[in-house]
Design a protein around this ligand. Sequence first.
Ligand code: ZN
Length: 204
Amino acid sequence: MFIEPGIAGDNRGWIEVICGSMFSGKTEELIRRLRRVQIANRKVELFKPEVDVRYDAANIVSHNSSTMQGIPVNNSQNILLLAQEADVIGIDEAQFFDSEIVNVCQTLANKGIRVIVAGLDMDFMGRPFGPMPQLMAIADYVTKLHAICVQCGHIASLSFRKTTENSQFVLGESDKYEPRCRKCYMEGMREQEELAKLSSKNSF
Ligand code: ZN
């Protein structure tokens, strides 16, 4: 388990990144760390991209329903404007933010603020997702969480999309995604390819 080097920035800022696949417990871990800050009576602000409207516009809700009040922002720069008084800043679903989020996190940390960022490291194709690689590079601490492969029970690091939608941004939960290990992920991708070939043949 991650033991924080300090509870709040105290003019010594730093950046923590919590990454992993879907259903790996990233938001739970983010909320766990932020709750400890609140217990210490330090001021916390939590942000998320406006695009993530899966459950609730203002609350950040993890899959197991632990919640914390969060502010939806449509632009990473707004975090700088809204984060004025905070000792610790949390940012959820960071993969959906613009690339400027990297500078925003640096600016906050350099001002002495502790910044905790959670996000998907890879998209459904296994590609690095949005600004996450840059955020992981500049972070002082990186925690990579793993889910359990629903096919075989091994450790899962990939988010397999069960539908055939091709866009990188398809919001969904267990209706559309499942965590898989590399082996089961590759098997699933091959199956989808075969099905796509069959259906294109049948359409002629
Ligand atoms: Zn598996």
